[in-house]
Design a protein around this ligand. Structure first.
Ligand code: ARG
Length: 462
């Protein structure tokens, strides 16, 4: 394109330095907003027509031109010229060269400041839906896997030390809970996003009779922003959105960390499908969980985006500042990364097998039933602190003898506490304990069954 003149070049002499052109352009990042920009422009033009600021014929030309531009961009034929800075200017310039005079009227009562704020919100509204669907899909994968292992038992850890036995299903469903909060956080964010800034202009609105409720309605926004100065500079929702992505990344990273450990020879709890492993260029025996490591590693990108976004917002003077253009770098990075990681996690979860034999073989190591024994004593009238001490002493002795609690004879047990009877053996051993959990939401077999049923129903409604 020979001439890529912007309207303000009448004000500024010469034209920008080449360095400036490259430095200020955002087209390379924001061209993906084109559909939203076009939708926003059609809504704006329709309102201008309703308000008699442009004629019906002009609106017709603008709309037709914008639809053609949309198709050209979608087909890949469109020529982008970065000298026009951003997607907003590119589309407006293309419209002007298509429909002439009418195109020059599109920007009436509008600034790129309210335009870009609108575009981002439209994009984010869709993106949130996509992310929510992916979160749900991953939850479903966990529920499906949990359904297979309700009756199987594994150790739960605190401080990464063997703690208490749990149903494998309960372990898996702990991720469904985390993801549910992610889903709700995104829904809350969507409510903040659902406000139209269009019509706020550059910073102060317009002296023209712009009907903001009309454009908001056309674009499907629930409300309009209350203050034009705030509306053009508000990117709180961007920080919030990235935070929501960062929490998803956190949860995926914790899952990855668990499973990287669980698939080691040392644990041998799970096997990750070959399709999600890689090997080593040197060590022929290797089967590495690189996909999980990258899920963990890419979390850094998302946290970086959050820090980047917050830093952009800090110390900006009131009103729109060009700093804000950097917002898109971070929202796209966060969203793209998390979106990909959610897909990856879903595939891995869908193909992972728990080695219940291997887990079962080690289950009676580490005194997972110690707490249950203390609670047995409580049931027989011993104060919990007392019971805790009795079992602690027993465990120390067992360690010396190389015995499990369930292998200690009744006489020996009675020497530690006379209230112990032979029924104690039905309370010892990891499997017995998991069948005895009584509290709501506990990690026992019974509760895991209920939770699987709950999630199946809950997620089917989405
Ligand atoms: N490309 C800018 C952004 O993404 C919008 C342009 C606003 N520019 C301006 N000079 N007011 O935020």
């Amino acid at each position: 394109m020979g001439k890529a003149k912007k309207s303000w070049e009448k004000r500024l002499g010469g034209g920008p330095d080449k360095l400036t052109v490259d430095y200020v352009e955002s087209l390379s990042i924001d061209r993906r907003l084109y559909k939203y920009d076009i939708a926003g422009s059609i809504a704006h033009a329709q309102m201008l027509c309703e308000q008699k600021l442009i004629s019906k014929t002009e609106f017709g030309k603008i709309k037709k031109g914008l639809i053609e531009i949309d198709a050209e961009i979608a087909s890949g034929k469109f020529k982008f010229d970065k000298r026009l800075e951003d997607i907003h200017m590119v589309i407006e310039a293309a419209l002007k060269s298509k429909v002439g005079e009418a195109g020059k009227k599109l920007h009436t009562g509008r600034s790129r400041n309210d335009q870009v704020a609108t575009d981002i919100r439209l994009w984010m509204r869709d993106e949130i839906e996509v992310l929510q669907a992916k979160v749900t899909r991953l939850q479903q994968a966990f529920v499906k896997l949990a359904g297979k292992y309700v009756d199987d038992v594994m150790p739960a850890y605190t401080h990464l030390q063997r703690a208490q036995p749990v149903s494998i299903a309960a372990y898996l469903l702990s991720f469904a809970e985390q993801l549910e909060r992610d889903y709700v956080r995104l829904a809350n964010c969507r409510a903040l996003v659902d406000v139209s800034p269009l019509g706020s202009g550059a910073v102060a609105g317009s002296t023209l009779d712009i009907d903001r409720k009309s454009t908001a309605g056309t674009l499907g926004f629930t409300g309009i922003s209350g203050n034009s100065i705030d509306a053009v500079s508000d990117r709180d929702f961007c920080a919030e959105f990235i935070f929501d992505c960062a929490m998803i990344a956190t949860h995926l990273s914790r899952l990855a960390e668990d499973w990287i450990m669980y698939c080691t020879n040392e644990f041998g709890f799970i096997s990750i499908d070959d399709a999600y492993c890689t090997s080593s260029s040197m060590m022929p025996q290797k089967r590495n969980p690189d996909v999980l490591e990258l899920i963990r590693g890419k979390t850094g990108r998302v946290y970086g985006a959050l820090m980047g976004m917050l830093t952009i917002l800090k110390a900006q003077p009131t009103g729109y500042n060009r700093d804000l253009q950097e917002d898109k770098v971070h929202i796209f990075a966060a969203s793209d990364t998390v979106s990909q990681s959610l897909d990856m996690a879903c595939a891995v979860v869908g193909h992972t097998k728990f080695d219940t034999k291997q887990i079962g073989a080690g289950l009676d190591d580490g005194f997972l039933d110690a707490t249950a024994l203390a609670e047995y004593l409580v049931g027989r009238g011993v104060a919990f602190r007392e019971a805790h001490g009795i079992v602690g002493t027993l465990v120390a002795e067992c360690e010396k003898w190389g015995k499990r609690l369930g292998e200690v004879g009744l006489d020996e047990l009675k020497q530690h506490s006379p209230v112990i009877e032979s029924d104690v053996y039905s309370r010892l051993g990891a499997r017995n304990v998991v069948g005895k959990y009584a509290t709501e939401g506990a990690a026992g077999t019974k509760q895991a069954k209920e939770q699987v049923a709950f999630w199946q129903k809950q997620l089917a409604q989405r």
